[in-house]
Design a protein around this ligand. Structure first.
Ligand SMILES: Nc1ncnc2c1ncn2[C@@H]1O[C@H](COP(=O)(O)OP(=O)(O)OP(=O)(O)O)[C@@H](O)[C@H]1O
Length: 289
């Protein structure tokens, strides 16, 4: 069965011992989309994702994932889904090569193990035992195992926690190449720059509900927000919010006789907007005119 959306959720609910963790959640994710789920600790992200993956039962609501109800998964459906969990481990005595080949045997239509090892940049580590890999390399191995079955839908749970900046950039390139190849990706992350870099759309979840959903550039009206202009004048840092930053910079240049010392023009970051959405004040700015 084919559907126009990869994931469709309506009125999803799940409570633990009577306390709601997911409380009436609606969500649509298109085929080929990279969708990031953001939210504070305990917001209900993992519970939601586990229900979509078919690993947790829901109390109520409609859920369709790749055209099927994940509460009744069959082997064919499972084979089309790749999962990279938050923490991994096990099989530590096997080498990269052995592990990838071993798990390839579980899939009806597995990708070529050599290609997968190359895709995650582990060619030089293929003879290394899993327990001797660095944290970032281990995560790459996790992704290799997650994409072995050539999934149509890939779940990535906080994939770059603990990565150094270079490893994170390389990992992002890997995820982007999977997305370019048409894989639908559901990403949970606490890194706003990661969501901004990778996601076509982000959903912010608090207290078990989606409270904002849009592209990273438009989330929470971000594109409508005032620009923040900062500069130095009379030996003091100055800040002004304005809808017309170019006009302000023009006036400053005139007033200060050319170059404006310490000039910056910025829009609120995704983090600023996110903190506003979840009810935390962003760093307050002293506004002077
Ligand atoms: N197995 C469980 N039994 C009881 N309560 C649970 C269980 N799993 C989650 N919860 C509770 O449900 C709520 C949502 O948890 P969940 O793990 O879905 O949040 P999260 O958004 O993934 O958080 P984090 O960012 O910390 O991973 C929390 O209050 C949590 O304590």
């Amino acid at each position: 069965m084919t559907t126009s959306t990869a994931i469709r959720v309506r009125g999803l609910r799940k409570a633990y011992a009577g306390v709601p963790a997911v409380d009436g959640l609606d969500l649509d994710v298109a085929h080929g989309e990279v969708f990031a789920l953001l939210g504070p600790n305990g917001a209900g992200k993992t519970t939601t994702v586990e229900i979509l993956e078919g690993y947790r039962r829901r109390d109520a609501g409609e859920v369709s994932v790749l055209g099927a109800d994940p509460a009744r998964p069959d082997a064919g459906w499972r084979a089309r889904i790749g999962i990279v969990l938050q923490s991994s481990g096990g099989h530590d005595e096997l080498t990269v090569d052995e592990l990838v080949r071993h798990f390839a045997g579980y899939y009806p239509d597995a990708r070529d193990p050599d290609e997968v090892i190359a895709a995650v940049g582990l060619e030089e580590k293929r003879a290394t035992r899993a327990r001797h890999l660095s944290g970032g390399q281990r995560r790459r191995l996790d992704v290799a195992l997650g994409i072995l079955g050539n999934p149509a839908l890939l779940f990535l749970d906080e994939p770059t926690t603990g990565f150094d900046p270079e490893a994170r950039r390389e990992f992002w390139a890997l995820i982007s190449s999977l997305a370019d190849g048409g894989t639908t990706i559901i990403l949970t992350t606490h890194y706003l720059d990661e969501a901004e870099h990778l996601a076509d759309r982000v959903g912010v979840i608090t207290a078990g509900r989606i409270v904002a959903l849009d592209t990273p550039g438009r989330l929470g009206g971000r594109d409508q927000d005032l620009a923040v202009v900062t500069w130095t004048e009379g030996g003091r840092p100055r800040t002004e919010r304005t809808a017309e930053p170019a006009a302000l910079v023009g006036r400053l240049a005139q007033r200060l006789g050319g170059e404006v010392p310490g000039l910056t023009v910025s829009r609120p970051t995704l983090e600023d907007v996110y903190l506003r959405l979840i009810g935390q004040p962003a760093e307050t700015l002293e506004v002077v005119s």
